[in-house]
Design a protein around this ligand. Structure first.
Ligand code: GDP
Ligand code: MG
Length: 163
């Protein structure tokens, strides 16, 4: 069957923008305002000729940082638990936050392979800024810019290698 790929991370890092670009269509609502309630989005597509179900875990948008473990047990936890591959997104411009570190600690306990996506890494210094995420201990950060479509060739190769 299709591999389930879940896109996770704190609000506003660009999960929905990544989802739309990987889906090749504009399905998820991209919003500058964290805290906007959105449904979980999923779409069936293909990557490297293989069927995948791509999930945008918007349910965590409502989470107060203090309550992320609680929210992980709710709607998005289902997506994470059922995922064959997790795309964990951080914001390379903003750098790591306590919420990113809390997510990383929770994801460490999940058996599915994790790709660490350092989004918003466009422009000068973008790739370098992305490397800060190395310290999460979740492998080599993959610098991308979902808004500008940078780094998606390499990202697709990484995804397909894990399917
Ligand atoms: P989500 O809350 O994680 O789903 O994040 P969204 O996809 O809704 O994006 C949040 C904000 O970040 C929006 O204003 C996007 O336009 C912006 N954004 C997304 N990707 C990039 C990127 O690669 N570079 C920059 N500079 N902004 C981005
Ligand atoms: Mg979103």
């Amino acid at each position: 069957g299709a591999s389930r790929i879940a896109i996770v991370g704190r609000p506003n890092v660009g999960k929905s923008t990544i989802f739309n670009r990987l889906a090749g269509r504009r399905l998820a609502l991209v919003n500058d305002t964290p805290g906007v309630t959105r449904d979980r989005k999923e779409t069936h597509t293909q990557m490297g000729g293989r069927p995948v179900i791509l999930l945008d875990t918007a349910g965590l948008e409502e989470a107060d940082p203090e309550t992320i473990p609680g929210r992980m047990r709710a709607s998005s936890e289902v997506a994470i638990r059922q995922a064959d591959l997790i795309l964990f997104v951080i914001d390379a411009r903003q750098g790591l936050t306590p919420t990113d570190r809390a997510f990383a600690n929770l994801l460490r306990k999940v058996p599915a392979p994790i790709l660490l996506l350092a989004n918003k890494a466009e422009g000068r210094g973008g790739a370098l800024a992305a490397m800060e995420a190395f310290e999460l201990g979740l492998g080599t950060p993959i610098p991308i810019s979902a808004e500008h479509g940078e780094g998606f060739g390499g990202l697709l190769d990484e995804i397909v290698a894990h399917l």
